[in-house]
Design a protein around this ligand. Structure first.
Ligand code: ATP
Length: 761
């Protein structure tokens, strides 16, 4: 009887929620149609007319397109929650806000202040709420409801009859892994909510063990900040720096689904435009490259490119040429000379400007050319008026021999060439390293000229770019011109805004920015990603423990306002050049101005696996407490000897286990030491994509931030031995599992894994 009563309560609740949710999708369709119609109408009006008309059309079209993209991204799980308060008021919470024809809110955007109680109410501190309800939808159908009742006595009778309970969080956690980060906007927990809604200003560190939802919190924070501080952040954009490109893909789908499209996702290896570094240095090399002393080395390398000849400068210029057999041949030359002291003065003067190398070069070149011109006039016994000097100097610059001589002293140089030559030329490296590096450290840095860029090179390139300045001399003038144009456009846009009614949140600078590009409309994210010197409004660094001191310099340059979210776990630091403490990395920039939040609950790894991980954690970070798991009851983690184990069969059986007897949706991650990655990957030729194939074969580094239903750790001893941070690596590998863990050991199981029960496959 009781069951039947609760069944009918569930059915009634489902019916009523379905009718509300159907109404919401109806509103969504109307909003989309409106945006589509807007675009169609603008296109129909054609591409001609006055300049004002064209701008108006482009702005309006861009706004419609943006709205359409936003509305399309929220189709899945449009509405996921409802709160009822003691006054009898009900709010529905969703991915975007929607209003009905009377402009009454029918769906509250999850980022709006009104939605906050949905995330922060707890049984001990429910605020004014009497109930929180989670709605589960598939496509447009409501398929499940979970209620948390905070105050049964104050609930309306009708609502009391239709209570439906099951912990929404645990239901979410039971879902299989898909290779893309799941959406958890419906089940954000209170401690995560504090992180998400923390103020924009200053640096926030989010420290938490594996699976505590740091990435989840950081991404929702990006969406929240963009919503709450729209004016600032839409113009400047938000940069999210992750550990690798796979990770960026893993999380890339979450942001648009949260209603945001203004974010640049990249890794340290992608921060220098034009370079996509993925290769990693050996740990010892990474340590040297990541050391802050490298800033001084790069600076010395730039100074080394500002030379004067040992004695006087002598340059031969052709005086007489003739054409023989169609080729111009020099018949007579003249040697011009500039004395050593004048060269030194030219260099000092150029350096004294405190401009970047490629810009100060003009001063040096100009000084030496004038000295050469004076010498030429003297040798030809020609009077040289001051007014002629400039002309004579320019004429000398036409001679190849003069240009070569000046290039050899103070070349115009790109960051790429500077760093490549610094790291591949023993002599240059010795000179630049000076007292900063030991002989052993220099030897570690030295590599062949054609070596590919590594992630550790990118901060050096950035450092060099900062000191060298624009390679393209015309760029400075062009930028000044562009700046003037921007101001003009802004003025113009302000006028447009007063006469068109496109979007009240749009401001003139933003509007001008959107129309400035010569190509079609591009987003802030597009422009920011192309510009090395772009100053972002906010920067989020995930797996931030991996960044070296040099990498932090690179990141900090992109956020002069020092508005940052730093997310990571010191106990998971795998890079030998990474952080040992947050203070060590952040104090040089925001000493005494960074705040820390800790996340303590592990939503990923079941308690049984976490016990094994905790032993590893104790060995690498004795003071650290492992996070507490919310999941229990996974299969017992096990260890199998490599001898007699067929890895393919093992992985197949794991796929079957997680697929409930057949190979279905679940995913297996095989994590190997770096040195064995190729050999193991060759066993799984079908595992082509680490996110989309059912099986992914990864190094520990490649697995950072990702998760799998089942994890197979190959050769734990090899992982422990591969770097000074081998223990941390093993901790990371083990904690990638959401349900099952198998460790395949070589000769013997490492002592730190003693808790695992050896079993045969
Ligand atoms: N509030 C939540 N509701 C539902 N699932 C959650 C919640 N918070 C986190 N999760 C899930 O827990 C898993 C781990 O989250 P996430 O990857 O953000 O953790 P992390 O702290 O970044 O981990 P790591 O440091 O190990 O990379 C993900 O599957 C995420 O969807």
């Amino acid at each position: 009887m009781g069951d039947r009563q609760s069944d009918s309560a569930r059915a009634e609740a489902l019916r009523s929620e379905q009718s509300y949710v159907s109404m919401l999708y109806g509103r969504l369709d109307i909003a989309r149609e409106r945006a589509e119609r807007g675009i169609r109408e603008i296109l129909a009006r054609g591409g001609t007319g006055t300049r004002q008309a064209v701008v108006e059309r482009e702005v309006a079209a861009a706004e419609h397109a943006r709205r359409l993209a936003q509305l399309s991204a929220v189709e899945h799980g449009l509405c996921f929650g409802r709160i009822d308060d003691a006054e009898g008021e009900t709010l529905y919470i969703g991915r975007v806000g929607l209003r009905d024809d009377d402009h009454t809110s029918v769906l509250v955007d999850w980022r709006a202040p009104a939605a906050r109680p949905f995330y922060v109410a707890t049984p001990s501190d429910p605020g004014s709420l009497v109930r929180r309800r989670h709605l589960h939808t598939r496509h447009r159908d409501v398929v499940g409801i979970d209620d948390e009742v905070f105050d049964l006595d104050r609930m309306a009778d009708g609502d009391r009859r239709t209570l439906v309970g099951e912990a929404a969080l645990l239901a979410t956690l039971r879902r299989g892994r898909t290779g893309r980060m799941g959406e958890v906007v419906a089940t954000i927990q209170r401690e995560q909510d504090r992180v998400i809604r923390s103020g924009l200003a200053g640096a926030l560190v989010v420290q938490g063990g594996p699976g505590t939802g740091k990435t989840v919190a950081a991404l929702h924070r990006a969406a929240y900040l963009l919503y709450t501080h729209r004016d600032t952040l839409e113009r400047r954009g938000v940069l999210v720096v992750g550990p690798n490109a796979t990770f960026s893909r893993y999380i890339s789908q979450v942001l648009p689904a949260l209603g945001e499209t203004q974010v640049v996702l990249t890794s340290i290896g992608g921060l220098h435009p034009g370079v996509r570094a993925t290769a990693e240095d050996e740990p010892a090399v990474a340590v040297v490259k990541g050391d802050p002393r490298m800033a001084a080395v790069v600076e010395a390398a730039v100074r080394d490119r500002e030379r004067v000849p040992e004695g006087d400068l002598e340059v031969k210029i052709p005086v007489r040429t003739s054409v023989r057999g169609g080729v111009e041949v020099v018949v007579e030359e003249m040697a011009l000379r500039v004395d050593h002291a004048t060269c030194l003065r030219a260099r000092d003067r150029a350096r004294g400007l405190r401009r970047q190398h490629n810009i100060a070069r003009w001063t040096f070149v100009d000084q030496v050319l004038r000295a050469l011109a004076r010498d030429e006039a003297a040798k030809l016994d020609r009077p040289l008026e001051d007014g002629d000097l400039r002309y004579a100097a320019t004429a000398l610059w036409e001679h190849r021999s003069v240009r070569d001589a000046l290039d050899a002293l103070w070349p115009e140089i790109t960051p790429e060439r500077l760093v490549r030559e610094l790291l591949s030329d023993e002599e240059r490296l010795r000179t630049a390293a000076g007292p900063h590096l030991t002989e052993e450290e220099r030897a570690l840095l030295l590599r062949p000229r054609e070596a590919p860029w590594t992630v550790g090179d990118v901060p050096l390139l950035d450092e060099a770019a900062e000191l060298l300045g624009e390679y393209d001399y015309g760029a400075g003038a062009r930028r000044r011109r562009a700046e003037e144009e921007r101001r003009e456009e802004e003025l113009y846009a302000r006028e447009v805004l007063t006469i068109t009614d496109v979007d009240p949140v749009l401001d003139a600078a933003l509007l001008a920015g959107r129309n400035r590009d010569d190509g079609p409309y591009t987003t802030t994210a597009d422009r920011a990603a192309r510009d090395r010197t772009w100053a972002y409004g906010h920067v989020i660094v995930d797996e931030a423990q991996e960044l070296s001191a040099m990498a932090w310099r690179t990141v900090m340059r992109r956020v002069p306002a020092r508005s940052l979210t730093v997310v990571g776990d010191i106990a998971q630091t795998g890079s030998a050049a990474g952080a040992r403490s947050w203070g060590e990395m952040l104090d040089p920039y925001v000493k005494g101005r960074w705040r820390e939040e800790r996340l303590l609950v592990n939503y990923r790894t079941p308690a049984e696996i976490m016990e094994v991980a905790a032993d590893v954690l104790r060995a690498v970070a004795p003071g650290e407490k492992p996070p507490e798991s919310v999941r229990f009851g996974g299969a017992r983690p096990r260890a199998v000897p490599a001898g007699g184990t067929d890895l393919r069969l093992l992985v197949e059986s794991e796929l079957r286990e997680i697929g409930g007897g057949e190979i279905g949706e679940g995913r297996v991650g095989v994590v190997t030491p770096d040195a064995r990655h190729l050999e193991v990957a060759a066993l799984f030729p079908e595992a082509v994509d680490p996110l989309d194939s059912p099986v992914a074969v990864l190094t520990v580094r490649g697995s950072k931030g990702l998760e799998f239903d089942a994890v197979v750790v190959v050769d734990p001893e090899g992982i422990l031995r591969q770097s000074p941070k081998g223990g941390q690596d093993l901790y990371v590998a083990i904690t990638r599992a959401t349900r099952r863990l198998t460790v395949v050991y070589e000769d013997r199981l490492p002592a730190v894994l003693h808790r695992l029960e050896p079993s045969m496959t």
